[in-house]
Design a protein. Structure first.
Length: 702
């Protein structure tokens, strides 16, 4: 890829350089500056053309790759906890160890979009508190009853509990639609929150709108969840409300770094070219909600969170963003991005090499394999040498893309590649000659770059744009290698008008092998998606519960390995980012949504990986990865498929972490207890195990 770097002239670019020479001062004088060393052994640098040229001539560079974020990046979204039997597993953990299996002590990292850091799902529950029954009916009524914030024994306007009405939508539904029980406009403690309108403007204010927000428990006006002890959907005395008490986010990297207790409340997740939708739903599925109170609860709701946004124009390096997550102490990391057609597809990108190194350091990395299964954007090819017929594939375009990029990656890196790409309106590109910047008669510009990856695969990258849009059909890709044996290749195509489907594609396409970077990292847990929810209230996909999604990315990888490690459920209901009209959070609702794709499966998987890490802090990264795969479940869907589709099987936790089932408890309590009179409350506990050393916990002050 050196030719492409050289064509950048005197522009400073981020590069990943391996095996840095000892005589660094000489090259620094030419414009070579090291900015960071990565866990993979590579260096992030900025460099001028003459510095790179001299270092290449002196033979001090093992490899050089441009480490800018790809021009096009796509994002691979209540029943998930039931699907994975987390309730039984947690009961067993409670029985065996006396503590909660909820991600406590684990830092969960996400590599994703911006996030709605103010969503109530991303705060911890504090200590239960007594509310004041203003109308004396014994039932908590928003807009009437309140919380005595100043402790003077009465309520004023700023102490009335206001409703943050919960509403949930389908993944492709309108934000204001109501599904999954939220059609009921009354107060529902399982998904509604309450707040104090201390600014008296009729909405929940957060962040920069509230003076001193960084020192406030909910990063703004106070917010409460309610403890519906008997689960009847109504809060009555002596049931209590619970203030939200501290953000789960330790830090967010989005251009600047925003830290809890310092400047987290200054973070503005939405604006021009900024959209918090994806990460809000992903991190909600991983770790959202308050245990014991929330209907839509993430897999590891007491994990600490760190987010690195790869969309920030102030921080375009993918590897720097990933290294930051590691430096912040992330134990498990979810890579919610996908790119193809722009880089070699053999697992050799600098991001994938860094991911491999982070696992070897002790972390778990999770990578959704993408959603190209229902597209025409991937093809497998056996490309003959000079003694055989050339390979042909037609490139078709459904939506008139202007920019198109293609990658060809083949195992036999000792072989070179020749060929051409011709459009049906007369442009012809010679693929046998590297051309960092070429011009065509139509007015289009193009580049052709080829080489050998650090893993020994050959690659050819073509990009084409400007001028007229690509014709809908009749565009021919012709390839032939320069040897006398076939080359086994994977082809990908991407464009500027589509992501996972539509747009450009190959007429002769393949679903097998359509998983995309960075899920080709060897040490990451690469995953496919199966249907969690189905039916008219959910996304209009045809698969029944438990079936592999047709869109799910799958192997084998370029080297013939299965590629996919495991499959996970894909469409939980989880947090949805707040609406921010005119750059200000609306502050009227608590929004939820069905999510989906291998993104949703990745969010569930990284949450479960956090539980495994909580259970086994002593295990190395590879050992913990192996344990997760060893506990995968198989059934008829899995066995009727292939390892390239399902990997080891369905994601699971060990069904029980202690012998037998959870204990049963029954209580006998008096109907009424007079004030200041002692009374006995009897609880009977039965179990199939020895209870000699059993421990019990009681909730008092109710």
């Amino acid at each position: 890829m050196t030719e492409a770097v050289m064509d950048l002239g005197n522009f400073s670019v981020s590069l990943a350089v391996r095996d840095l020479a000892a005589s660094r001062a000489f090259y620094e004088a030419l414009g070579f500056e090291v900015t960071q060393r990565l866990a993979s052994g590579a260096f992030l640098v900025s460099a001028r053309e003459e510095a790179v040229a001299k270092m290449e001539a002196d033979g001090v560079l093992a490899s050089v790759t441009v480490d800018l974020a790809p021009a096009i990046v796509a994002r691979p979204l209540d029943g998930a906890r039931s699907e994975l039997v987390l309730g039984a597993v947690m009961a067993a953990r409670r029985k065996a160890m006396g503590d909660e299996l909820d991600g406590s002590g684990v830092i969960l990292g996400d590599f994703d979009s911006q996030v709605d850091v103010y969503h109530p799902a991303f705060f911890r529950a504090g200590s239960p508190a007594i509310w004041l029954d203003a109308d004396g009916d014994g039932v908590l009524t928003p807009g009437v009853d309140g919380f005595d914030w100043d402790g003077n024994g009465s309520l004023d306007e700023t102490e009335i509990l206001r409703l943050l009405d919960g509403r949930a939508s389908r993944i492709f539904g309108e934000e204001d639609e109501r599904r999954y029980g939220t059609e009921d406009l009354g107060y529902n403690p399982a998904w509604d929150y309450l707040y104090l309108d201390q600014i008296t403007d009729g909405r929940r204010n957060v962040g920069p709108d509230v003076p001193g927000a960084d020192g406030l428990a909910a990063l703004g006006e106070p917010v409460f969840v309610a403890d519906d002890v008997n689960g009847d959907g109504v809060i009555t005395f002596p049931e209590k409300i619970v203030p939200l008490d501290g953000s789960k986010f330790l830090a967010i990297r989005d251009g600047n770094v925003f830290r809890r207790g310092e400047n987290l409340a200054q973070y503005m997740p939405q604006g021009p070219f900024r959209d918090p939708s994806h990460a809000t739903s992903m991190m909600g599925a991983s770790a959202g909600g308050q245990p014991g109170y929330s209907r839509w609860l993430g897999m590891a709701p007491n994990a600490e969170l760190v987010l690195s946004s790869y969309e920030s124009i102030a921080g375009p390096s993918l590897t720097a963003g990933m290294q930051w997550l590691a430096d912040e102490g992330a134990d498990v990391i979810n890579t919610e991005l996908g790119y193809w057609g722009l880089v070699p597809s053999d697992g050799s990108t600098e991001l994938e090499l860094l991911m491999d190194a982070l696992v070897m350091e002790g972390r778990i990395l999770v990578s959704p394999a993408g959603n190209l299964g229902s597209s025409q954007k991937h093809a497998n090819a056996v490309i003959n040498g000079q003694n055989g017929a050339a390979y042909h594939n037609e490139v078709v375009a459904q939506s008139s893309p202007n920019y198109v990029a293609m990658s060809v990656t083949w195992r036999e890196g000792n072989l070179g590649m020749t060929g051409s790409f011709s459009t049906s309106d007369g442009d012809v590109i010679d693929l046998g000659v590297d051309t960092p910047g070429g011009n065509l008669p139509s007015g289009r510009q193009y580049s052709v770059v080829s080489g050998t990856t650090i893993k020994g695969a050959g690659y050819l990258l073509l990009s084409l744009g400007g001028g007229p849009n690509l014709p809908a059909s009749g565009n021919d890709l012709t390839l032939q290698n320069d040897g006398n044996v076939p080359a086994n290749a994977a082809l990908f195509i991407i464009d500027d008008v589509s992501t996972w489907g539509g747009g450009s594609g190959f007429a002769d396409f393949d679903v097998e092998g359509c998983m995309n970077p960075p899920s080709l990292s060897v040490e990451t847990i690469s995953l496919g998606a199966y249907a969690l929810h189905s039916g008219p209230d959910y996304a209009p996909y045809p698969e029944a519960h438990g079936q592999l999604r047709a869109f799910s990315g799958r192997g084998p990888d370029l080297w013939g390995n299965p590629g996919i490690d495991i499959a996970s459920p894909d469409n939980p209901v989880t947090a949805r980012a707040e609406a921010w009209p005119l750059g200000v959070p609306e502050g009227l609702y608590t929004s939820y949504t069905e999510t989906g794709g291998t993104s949703g499966a990745g969010a569930i998987t990284v949450g479960v990986a956090a539980l495994y890490r909580q259970l086994h802090p002593e295990l190395s990264g590879p050992a913990l990865r192996d344990l997760i795969l060893e506990n995968a479940l198989t059934d008829s869907d899995v066995t009727s498929g292939t390892p390239a589709q399902w990997g080891a099987g369905r994601l699971a936790l060990p069904q029980m972490l202690a012998p037998g089932g959870p204990p049963s408890v029954s209580g006998v309590e008096p109907a009424a207890i007079p004030p200041d009179v002692a009374s006995d409350i009897t609880a009977a506990v039965t179990d199939d195990a020895d209870l000699t050393d059993a421990k019990s916990r009681w909730d008092f002050d109710y």
